[in-house]
Design a protein around this ligand. Structure first.
Ligand SMILES: *Cc1c(COP(=O)(O)O)cnc(C)c1O
Length: 412
């Protein structure tokens, strides 16, 4: 009896709910790719199981090692950032920690910019320190300061452009050159640039200079919904990729197929969302520059902002002139009180109070720079820093919202 008649005749069996001969026709094409979910993957024979190789992405062995769905997102992200190999991890922070764990060992030192994403600094001060890996924080706006801190023990330099929260854009070109000269691995947190504002692996557009590793919080722009946590680790070196991939495998890091699907669904609109949020950010930065409680606009595309020329030099090499994400901060007059600044944030209606960025809803967070940095940075004016993340609302409505709260709470 063949399995088909077995499934359709005689006493119904639950086995036929599991082992059923029907196969849907294969040639199906639609705008969104299918979603493959698996821990177990079948092999046609024991011999095939023993032979199958998972490291080079030519086959499947186990859900953690990749599915058609995860491979697809990895390849599309390579196209976005100009990388050759990509690994997905469960969050942006997991991308940062996996890079550290894969490349550092006891006795090594890692250098981070003083304006780095806070949890990356905390990782260095916590787990890495406990594992016998030391760290130093360098001044992101002084290439000489980074140069002075590189020693024979330096194995990894983190770069962030611009820095989280205070938004100053470093001289990435000079820093990557410096790492090359010292043969030190350099890894960029590329969440803000997202592969659009500048090209991490080809900074000048002539193929001459790029970072070794780009870590990206897909949670932000690639997701675009404020509803997915995911990260990626991108390289252009097969040996370095394999080193990170083996660590990634041993740590047991995997991503859910439904989350991958959500990012795949958002990727087609990434370019226009990034551009729109970038333009909205500049419109609001321009508005802020004319408001008396604002003493400094911190936005890489703003001409007077710290590091503007560094951003501009890299942005020129892309096909997206002016693209600068939808994230910026303002420094508010130090004569205000912190209570006034908090009340200003509380009073906003369209801007929600919350972390993260890149989603459809505009966000606001006041930050205490004093507690985040090793001394007050000389390029920042004294005051209260408030960070804004552009959603997809009409910028004029956002300005009206800022104005109503500003007039109520930010009076000097
Ligand atoms: C959000 C963010 C991360 C971490 O991403 P999660 O997915 O929230 O862990 C890392 N770096 C930067 C610059 C970020 O903005």
């Amino acid at each position: 009896m063949d399995t088909k008649s077995a499934a359709n005749s005689g006493v119904p069996s639950v086995t036929h709910l599991i082992h059923h001969p029907y196969q849907a026709p294969g040639d199906f094409e639609a705008p969104q790719p299918g979603v493959f979910k698996a821990s177990t993957v079948y092999f046609p024979s024991v011999a095939a199981m023993r032979q199958r190789e998972w490291k080079d992405k030519t086959a499947y062995t186990y859900g953690l090692h990749g599915t058609p769905t995860s491979y697809l997102l990895e390849e599309r992200l390579c196209a976005l950032e100009g990388g050759e190999q990509c690994l997905l991890v469960p969050s942006g922070l997991a991308a940062l920690s996996t890079v550290a764990l894969a490349t550092l060992k006891v006795g090594d030192e890692v250098l981070l910019p003083d304006n780095a994403y806070g949890p990356n600094k905390a990782l260095a001060e916590g787990e890495l320190k406990a594992f016998g890996i030391t760290h130093q924080f360098y001044d992101p706006m002084q290439v000489e300061d980074l140069a002075l801190r590189i020693t024979a023990r330096t194995r990894l330099v983190w770069l962030e452009a611009p820095g989280s929260v205070s938004m100053e854009f470093p001289d990435l070109l000079a820093m990557v050159r410096l790492c090359r000269e010292h043969k030190v691995l350099c890894a960029l947190d590329n969440t803000w640039g997202a592969g659009l504002s500048f090209q991490p692996f080809d900074l000048m557009g002539d193929g001459a200079l790029g970072v070794d590793i780009s870590a990206h919080a897909l949670t932000k722009y690639p997701s675009g919904g404020g509803d997915v946590l995911m990260g990626s680790i991108m390289t252009r070196d097969a040996a370095l990729h394999l080193k990170i991939k083996l660590c990634h495998m041993r740590l047991g890091l995997g991503v859910g197929a439904n989350d991958v699907e959500a990012v795949l669904r958002s990727l087609p609109s990434l370019g226009i969302r990034y551009q729109a949020q970038s333009q909205a950010g500049m419109t609001l930065a321009h508005w802020w520059s004319a408001q008396s409680p604002c003493v400094q606009v911190l936005h890489p595309a703003w001409p007077d902002a710290p590091g503007h020329a560094h951003w501009k030099a890299l942005n020129r090499a892309t096909g997206h002139p002016g693209s600068a994400a939808g994230l910026f901060s303002v420094m508010l007059d130090p004569r205000l009180s912190s209570e006034q600044v908090d009340a200003f944030c509380d009073e906003l209606r369209y801007f929600k109070i919350g972390y993260s960025w890149g989603g459809p809803v505009s966000l606001v967070v006041p930050y205490n720079i004093q507690s985040m940095r090793n001394g007050w940075p000389s390029h920042l004016k004294p005051g209260y820093l408030v960070r804004f993340s552009m959603g997809l609302e009409d910028p004029q409505d956002l300005i009206a919202d800022l104005a109503q709260s500003l007039h109520k709470h930010l009076t000097l």
